[in-house]
Design a protein around this ligand. Structure first.
Ligand code: DQA
Length: 154
């Protein structure tokens, strides 16, 4: 196990910068900044450095996943609508082999039919969905648990 804190990267995809104002009846009232701050604090308390980023661009998300190879111990990923379309994100997750938890505020499988399929799920070790912004917190707790009882990236 590498010394020092666990290194976790949390990525959020398109339209999630609008959280707090975007369809609050579905996604709740917390902004992404509030969620990110909570993750950094909870991570620090659990011995993890959590860095959080958001992008509306698939290629940028793919690039950030690629950077995680050998530099991060785990990933949290809410791909937004790219969940349902992106083979590029699936391939990126497979390529880096860094354990990733898929995160959704809503429960996509209980919504419109096009949301019922996740293209990234098969490249993730787990998924947390349907707990509003709390899905991110639960996913972080699960990832830390997984990483501390498993082995760390070099
Ligand atoms: C989402 C669910 C997706 O279907 C949707 O496109 C989003 C948000 C969620 O967090 O619930 O943008 O990923």
């Amino acid at each position: 196990m590498a010394p020092g804190p666990l290194r976790i990267l949390c990525l959020s995809g398109p339209n999630l910068q609008l959280l707090g104002r975007r369809e609050p009846e579905i996604y709740g009232s917390d902004t992404l900044e509030v969620i990110h701050e909570r993750l950094r604090r909870a991570g620090a308390a659990a011995g993890a450095e959590v860095e959080c980023r958001q992008s509306n661009h698939e290629g940028e998300l793919v690039g950030w996943i690629g950077e995680a190879m050998g530099t991060r111990d785990g990933l949290l990923l809410n791909p937004g609508a790219y969940t349902h379309t992106s083979y590029a994100l699936y391939d990126a997750l497979r390529a880096v082999g860094v354990p990733c938890i898929e995160v959704h505020l809503s429960n996509p499988e209980a919504r419109e039919p096009f949301r019922r399929r996740s293209r990234v799920a098969a490249a993730c070790v787990g998924k947390v969905a349907g707990f509003g912004s709390g899905s991110y917190d639960l996913a972080l707790a699960g990832l830390v648990e997984l990483l501390t009882r498993g082995s760390r990236a070099a």
